[in-house]
Write a protein that binds this ligand. Structure first.
Ligand code: SF4
Length: 397
């Protein structure tokens, strides 16, 4: 890793961890979120290198960013370390991102102004290494998704998700990547991963190369991960281990194993009827619905969902008597592509539907109840952080 260009003396550094699962249950977040110990260790190291300010930053994940920060107790973790500040990206000015030759014509998103106007000297990304139902893997390139608003994340979150991720990388790529793979996650990422202890941090200054090395560690061919391949083909980094100057190759090989990939099947029990269009977007409706259903089925067993039907995706066709015998509330009509069936069940619109709206509709209208992750959310934290966030939005303090 060539760090000769990185001089942190007197500089402002933004750390971007992943708080994808804003839960207070550390057992549940071990293989999903960047561990606080990694954030603290990196912050201390940067201050030791002379950094003037270290900002720990994340945009909203499920609710507002203040809620995520409160649930993962990062404030307590960095308490008393002079020079470390929390930065709620849903409360900072966002500006239209300048971008040349995006992978999506007319690509239009907003980016934190502080990352473009010289306020932040260095962006250090701290992803958790995990598999991801939407994008195959979640590494440094995917971690930049947490720099932009939920609205902009959802804008191209269907068939174009990988092009979205690759385009975002063109706006401002991180200067340094430190991947938390100490306990990584396999299977139903990003939120229902199974822990895999590799005991490693993987670091480098080129996101494409670091993500390729992590893919190798997880037994994935990086050339099969579209957003990594797109950036490689654009000449932004190597993906062959032969082309990546790598320290600790023997250690990497010794910890390598084939991570279980996400399963996107919706017919999870014989009691679930699935009507799915053949072109349903993996990075949109399919992964969104499956990842929320995982919150029920992987904890309580798939039978707990009972008799139900799912109508989803482009070109879906439901036979005349396909829903016979089912109550309307037991039929989930998911995504704008299935809109023509909206009167036949609980319709959750959007392209793709938004996470919180889906979770609420499944909990209340389909009466599936709350998931284990939702149960860990403190009502006090929801109310207090929502109030603080609203206060900031109104008075900008
Ligand atoms: S609504 Fe249709 S186009 Fe949009 S994400 Fe879902 S399947 Fe894809």
């Amino acid at each position: 890793m060539d760090t000769t260009q990185l001089d942190f003396g007197g500089k402002v550094v933004m750390l971007k961890p992943s708080f994808v699962l804003p839960s207070g249950d550390e057992g549940m977040t071990l293989a999903t979120n960047t561990h606080n110990a990694v954030i603290v260790g990196v912050a201390r190291a940067l201050l030791g290198k002379g950094a003037r300010r270290v900002l720990v930053a994340e945009h909203l994940t499920v609710l507002n960013a203040r809620f995520s920060f409160a649930m993962v107790h990062v404030k307590e973790a960095v308490e008393g370390i002079d020079g470390v500040e929390l930065c709620y990206l849903d409360e900072v000015p966002m500006v239209k991102a300048p971008i040349e030759e995006p992978f999506i014509p007319g690509y239009d998103i907003k980016f934190p102004r502080m990352l473009l106007d010289g306020t932040v000297d260095y962006l250090v990304t701290l992803p958790k290494m995990k598999t991801n139902s939407f994008s195959s893997v979640s590494l440094s390139i995917k971690n930049s998704f947490g720099l932009i608003s939920k609205r902009d994340r959802l804008k191209y979150h269907g068939a174009d998700l990988d092009k979205h991720l690759a385009s975002l990388h063109l706006v401002r790529s991180p200067d340094l990547v430190i991947v938390d793979a100490v306990v990584a996650g396999e299977g139903q990422g990003p939120q229902q991963t199974t822990p895999v202890a590799t005991g490693l941090l993987v670091a480098g200054t080129n996101c494409v190369a670091v993500d390729a090395v992590c893919c190798h560690l997880m037994g994935h061919d990086p050339a099969t991960v579209p957003h990594v391949k797109l950036l490689h083909d654009r000449g932004l980094g190597p993906i062959s281990l032969d082309d990546i100057p790598l320290q600790g190759k023997d250690l990497l090989e010794s910890r390598r194993r084939a991570f279980t990939r996400p399963d996107l099947t919706l017919a999870l029990s014989p009691r679930i009827r699935v009507f799915q269009g053949k072109d349903t977007c993996r990075g949109g409706c399919l992964a969104m619905l499956r990842s929320i259903l995982d919150g029920y089925g992987m904890v309580n067993g798939w039978d707990s969902l009972g008799d139900m039907a799912i109508i989803i995706g482009k070109g879906v066709d439901v036979p005349e008597r396909g829903l016979d015998g089912l109550k309307k509330r037991k039929t989930i009509v998911f995504g704008d592509c299935a809109k023509e069936y909206k009167d036949r069940g609980v319709f959750i619109g959007g392209c793709p539907p938004e996470y919180l709206r889906t979770a609420t509709a499944l909990a209340l209208r389909a009466r599936l109840g709350v998931t284990q992750a939702e149960r860990t959310a403190s009502v006090g934290a929801v109310l207090w952080t929502s109030l603080r966030h609203a206060f900031h939005e109104i008075f900008k303090v």
